[in-house]
Design a protein around this ligand. Structure first.
Ligand SMILES: [Zn+2]
Length: 493
């Protein structure tokens, strides 16, 4: 028998967790976080409790209670000893957006994670520039014997376990016991996204992942649909984030529109875009070239570009962090020593102002700080993340500055409030006026209705299950055999 159980990612946008069982083989496609479920129960100061994390998540139905699946330091607090034989043979990861990958951090380290090189590098960036634990998990909640023979509590970083990461190649089939897996690249708003076709002993299952036709990799999505048509699919799990939308600009439109705006800007051009969307970074990079400016990126993006440049198989796909059209912005460190008299504080103190991963960038030939930007504002497109708006206090944009926002528009109250706050910052510095808006130039990572219809028509699957959407009525309009499922439902092949 072959079955799919939907532990998340249905009647919801994201939180994908699809459990496929075929004979003795069990795999998950994605293991992501649901923003809507998190929002239903949690808030900034109300979260799942430390060592009680799994109990809390099981209680609220946010994670499936499966033995042998979760990291031992957490599992032992829910009555699993953590050493049970695991029934999970693999996690197949479509891409490294948190709604698909976030809960990987709670898995036991010996469960193999199959992902693309790009997804691995993005997760590495999360780990090394923040506190995430995708590639390595650091043991928490342990007691150990101390030097005096007493018992101490480990704080969490003493023992680290690398996870079992298996990199797959695009279009190169591999097997997990009885399941043959085809990883097929598709176009979305982060590098390395792969849809899957699983060939099981009772038929084949397609999973679109998140996709579109209006980005830089439209051909990939087209080839995936062709491949589906040739595979005689029994079931297609088909995304529908934007099925109710009718049109889409393309990534190339973003590139031209941004260049136009920058060419008409007398002062500093400031921009915001999703930090891991390297195709969007490309749009700004090209726009910078076409307007004779430098693109100023932050250290997190520089780190990501460094990882991609150092990877044998990714080298040259995106600009190197020392590209002649790129400058790296050195923000004020925690003590703010960057503009202080170093004769008093020494270089060593200045470096200590930054995290280990940030320090090498201080010596890069293309490193700049607010003083460089202040002096020649019309030479730069300055990337300013929503979390680093304080950098504007140092830079103090002159008259004639502009702000291009290349991020998704708010779709709930919380996001509207946040956007109001961002507006306050740019109004404060006179970049926009109270009654005037910034330039909103963005295209989504998801195809509109017409594009999804094209996937449905082209894939020619016997059955369709809507995923990653709250609007299954469109799938039903476009396919005669649609089965809508609820969270935790199972479907047999
Ligand atoms: Zn998603």
């Amino acid at each position: 028998m072959t079955s799919i159980t939907f532990h998340g990612g249905v009647n919801d946008i994201g939180g994908n967790k699809f459990l496929v069982k075929d004979k003795d083989t069990t795999v998950f496609m994605d293991f992501g976080m649901s923003f809507s479920q998190e929002g239903e129960f949690f808030a900034q100061f109300l979260n799942a409790r430390g060592s009680n994390f799994l109990t809390d998540m099981f209680e609220l139905g946010m994670l499936p209670k499966i033995k042998g699946m979760y990291r031992r330091d957490y599992a032992k607090h829910v009555g699993f000893d953590g050493n049970e034989e695991t029934e999970i043979d693999a996690i197949l990861l479509t891409h490294a957006h948190v709604d698909h990958c976030a809960y990987i951090q709670y898995l036991r380290e010996d469960i193999p994670i199959y992902c693309s090189e790009e997804s691995k590098l993005i997760m590495q960036n999360f780990d090394e520039t923040g506190t995430d634990q995708y590639l390595t998990h650091k043991e928490k909640f342990q007691f150990y014997k101390n030097k005096t023979g007493g018992v101490s509590r480990a704080t969490g970083d003493k023992v680290a376990y690398p996870r079992n990461i298996q990199i797959f190649q695009s279009n190169k089939e591999f097997s997990i016991d009885s399941i043959r897996v085809e990883p097929l690249p598709v176009d979305h708003s982060i590098p390395g996204v792969h849809a899957f076709i699983l060939h099981t002993s009772n038929g084949s299952i397609g999973n679109t992942a998140d996709l579109r036709f209006h980005g830089r990799r439209k051909d990939d999505t087209e080839k995936f649909v062709e491949r589906c048509a040739k595979s005689d699919l029994d079931i297609l799990l088909c995304e529908g984030t934007r099925v109710n939308k009718t049109s889409s600009l393309t990534e190339y439109d973003v590139e031209t529109k941004v260049a136009d705006i920058v060419n008409n800007t007398k002062g500093l051009a400031i921009c915001g875009y999703p930090i891991r969307d390297l195709d969007r970074l490309m749009s700004f990079f090209i726009a910078a070239k076409n307007s004779n400016r430098y693109l100023v990126i932050d250290m997190k993006q520089a780190y990501l570009l460094k990882l991609f440049t150092e990877s044998e198989s990714m080298k040259g796909k995106y600009p190197s962090p020392i590209d002649k059209n790129i400058k790296i912005y050195i923000q004020r460190g925690s003590w703010g020593l960057i503009d202080k008299d170093l004769k008093k504080f020494s270089d060593k103190q200045l470096y200590a102002d930054y995290a280990m991963w940030q320090r090498p960038f201080l010596d890069y030939p293309n490193a700049i700080d607010y003083r460089d930007i202040q002096k020649k504002q019309n030479e730069y497109i300055f990337f300013c993340s929503d979390f680093r708006l304080q950098d504007l206090i140092d830079i103090k944009p002159d008259e004639g500055a502009t702000y291009i926002r290349s991020l998704t528009e708010p779709f709930d109250l919380e996001m509207e409030l946040k956007e109001e706050q961002i507006k306050n910052w740019f109004t404060h510095f006179g970049v926009i006026k109270k009654d005037q808006d910034w330039h909103q130039i963005h295209v989504s990572g998801h195809g509109d209705g017409e594009q999804i219809k094209k996937v449905i028509d082209g894939a020619n699957s016997k059955k369709l299950i809507p995923i990653h959407t709250k609007h299954d009525e469109y799938h039903k309009k476009w396919h005669s055999n649609v089965q809508s499922v609820n969270q935790h439902d199972s479907v047999d092949l």
